[in-house]
Write a new protein. Structure first.
Lengths: 385, 292
């Protein structure tokens, strides 16, 4: 005869087994992607755009049945733009069995965390631009933005041929991103006979740029190159316009981003330079993405939104090409992937990834006119593909 | 020379904001003998409240400014005194100081979660542009910030020293027991002090947010600079906070220009150490004796 206690235990056991069974079944229907992204701190603007772009791609992919029949389970952890938190979040993602890590966007936190993903053999799709990231033999890292080493020669040409500057003041943020950019642009400018009139380091999350703006003005350079993160770029533009600066203000991608234009207001007017990605680029897929993003999040996406979106489609495309969720096979394919929009519209622009995880594609020249980023030219990829 | 004049003006404008916030430290110190560690967040929040009123209530900017100002004065003037300072002060200075630290975190995280973690544009309430003066191009906004802040502080100084209510406030701050015996409504005077503190914080917030952009973390920078300014100038004197604010603003800007941005924050701290070592009551502060 079964006692009441035994009956209760038996029922509990059955329930547990059923729950575990259900959990396993759910796990089989999803593929986990962990976002390790700057949702607060100095990188909040870049990170929020990156996350929203990725989330939009996830929603679209899941609505169409997911990848290889599995829906994407996209979980995001806020790194607070802190390298220590980023390491912990990447480790957590690896421990949770993520098929891929998505982010971070800032180069410093990427540099601090990428070895963890490498050790576990987990692909990591990042938004960083610092040249050094893909020079360290980490075979799991894939960029969604151009390497500074590829972008800066294009920009130096622009200084020489379009801006016709003989001297340039360089303002950069003292983190991995800014230092990498500064180290990449100065030799390229000097190679073209352009003198560095001032070399001004600023701090991440710096609030007051009055002194730096006054130094730029006093340098009497023909133009200033601004290489700061989003919020700092806006503060700098406001500060330098307050000093009555009227010479060309040139930047690389970030300076001309939608969020910077919004934050800087009229002070962004006339800023120009090179942009890797833009919803204003003459490309119907970018325009369509921009409309969808605006409708979903009620603001204009910057380049980080495009990076997040196209990065998720990189993940999907490669997994589908392999026909299975195999991290090793994914890494192998992605290291020489050429993805064209005719095959994968979500990639938005024909792109090629090399053995280091660097991406190559067309890029653009732009200027802020009437409170909007206006594309003034298209530059070809570094290598033909 | 042009560069130096521009740096001085920019330093004075920044310093004027620090002075407004530093006066808050001195006011709270005078009435409750404690340090309000949420003072930086007091300057951060009003601008965020304005933007929240615009976003969530679709209020036009002038209405949003009035709403935010009223709400801030109510919550962080009256509410701060009634629900935090009064109950905690009974248990001594330390619990109150710790409570203000907790309030600081609450305000910061509340602004982040309730509104946004990202910086936001805040409209300038003073004119923008440049003027030529003594051969140097000067920022009209810097001049306006400097003038508005200085007029506000001088008005406060006039109110405190030249009006009956101001003198009652001073008497309450110096010796509340005797003031009460003399018939001064001390509770009302203390409340007025907290309301003035909140009002100055609102003014500082509206002046600085177009420059720094409105962001939940702004209080860290402003709070630290204002705290240093209050100690350098003299924690128990309004005019000390004014001078301290200008000194810290100038030192900060000149250090950024002539030392480096990386070490700019260290220079005011070095100044602070020197003041603590050689004139612990602050440059314009007066010595206080306490029974312990």
């Amino acid at each position: 005869m079964i006692s009441k206690r035994q009956a209760l235990l038996g029922s509990a056991g059955l329930m547990l087994a059923a729950t575990l069974g259900l959990g396993t079944a759910m796990a089989q229907e999803t593929v986990k992607v962990v976002g390790v992204i700057e949702l607060s701190g100095a990188g909040a603007t870049a990170g929020t755009n990156y996350k929203n772009g990725a989330q939009m791609a996830v929603d679209e992919i899941n609505a169409k049945g997911g990848i290889l029949g599995k829906k994407i389970d996209f979980v995001v952890y806020d790194t607070q733009t802190n390298p220590g938190n980023t390491r912990a979040a990447v480790q957590r993602g690896v421990d949770e069995g993520a098929f891929a890590i998505f982010g971070p966007v800032f180069s410093g936190p990427i540099s601090a965390s990428m070895q963890i993903a490498q050790k576990a053999g987990v692909p990591q799709i990042v938004g960083g631009e610092a040249a050094g990231l893909t020079k360290q033999g980490v075979n799991t890292i894939f960029r969604t933005s151009l390497n500074q080493a590829d972008a800066m020669p294009k920009l130096a040409e622009y200084f020489k041929n379009d801006v016709k500057a003989k001297s340039v003041a360089v303002v950069w943020v003292n983190n991995d991103f800014g230092k990498g950019g500064r180290d990449a642009i100065i030799p390229e400018l000097q190679k073209r006979g352009i003198k560095i009139a001032a070399d001004i380091a600023t701090e991440s999350a710096q609030a007051d740029f009055a002194a730096d703006a006054i130094k730029v003005k006093a340098s009497d350079a023909d133009a200033v190159f601004v290489y700061l993160n989003e919020e700092e770029s806006a503060r700098f533009l406001r500060a330098i316009k307050q000093q009555g600066y009227a010479k060309p203000i040139v930047g690389e991608t970030t300076l001309l981003g939608a969020k910077v234009i919004e934050l800087a207001g009229d002070s962004a007017e006339g800023a120009k330079g090179h942009v890797g990605l833009s919803v204003d680029a003459p490309n119907p897929l970018f325009a369509e993405f921009g409309k969808k993003f605006q409708a979903k999040f009620n603001y204009k996406s910057d380049h980080n939104g495009i990076k997040g979106y196209s990065g998720m489609y990189l993940l999907k495309h490669v997994a589908e090409k392999n026909g299975k969720f195999d991290k090793e096979a994914w890494l192998k394919y992605a290291h020489s992937a050429i993805i064209r929009t005719k095959d994968e519209p979500g990639i938005l622009i024909d792109s090629k990834w090399d053995a280091n995880g660097d991406v190559d594609r067309e890029s653009f020249l732009a200027e802020v006119k009437g409170g909007k980023q206006v594309i003034t030219g298209t530059l070809p990829p570094v290598s033909k593909f | 020379m042009d560069q130096f004049i521009q740096l001085i003006l920019a330093g004075l404008a920044t310093g004027a904001i620090y002075a407004l916030a530093a006066i808050g430290f001195t006011l709270v110190w005078q009435t409750s003998q404690t340090i309000n560690f949420a003072q930086g967040e007091f300057v951060m929040l009003p601008a965020i409240l304005v933007l929240m009123a615009v976003k969530f209530l679709n209020a036009p900017l002038p209405v949003a400014v009035l709403l935010a100002t009223g709400m801030f004065l109510l919550i962080f003037g009256l509410g701060f005194k009634t629900y935090l300072v009064d109950p905690m002060a009974k248990h001594g200075v330390l619990p109150l100081a710790i409570a203000t630290m907790a309030l600081s975190i609450l305000m910061k995280e509340g602004a982040k979660d309730g509104f946004s973690a990202e910086a936001q544009q805040f409209p300038s309430l003073v004119p923008e542009g440049v003027v030529r003066l003594f051969g140097a191009t000067l920022s009209l906004r810097d001049i306006a910030i400097f003038l508005v802040a200085v007029v506000a502080i001088l008005a406060l100084q006039f109110f405190v020293t030249r009006t009956r209510t101001g003198r009652m406030m001073q008497a309450t701050a110096q010796n509340p027991t005797v003031a009460k015996i003399l018939g001064i409504p001390t509770e009302r005077m203390i409340l007025l002090t907290f309301a003035i503190n909140a009002g100055l914080a609102v003014l500082a917030s509206f002046l600085i947010s177009p420059v720094y952009l409105a962001k939940f973390s702004n209080g860290e920078v402003i709070g630290t600079a204002a705290f240093i300014a209050a100690i350098v100038g003299g924690f128990n004197q309004v005019r000390g906070a004014l001078v301290g604010g200008f000194i810290v603003g100038l030192v900060d800007n000149l250090a950024a220009a002539y030392v480096s941005s990386a070490y700019r924050a260290a220079v005011p701290l070095a100044l602070l150490v020197l003041v603590i070592l050689f004139k612990p009551e602050g440059l314009l502060g007066s010595k206080e004796e306490r029974t312990v």
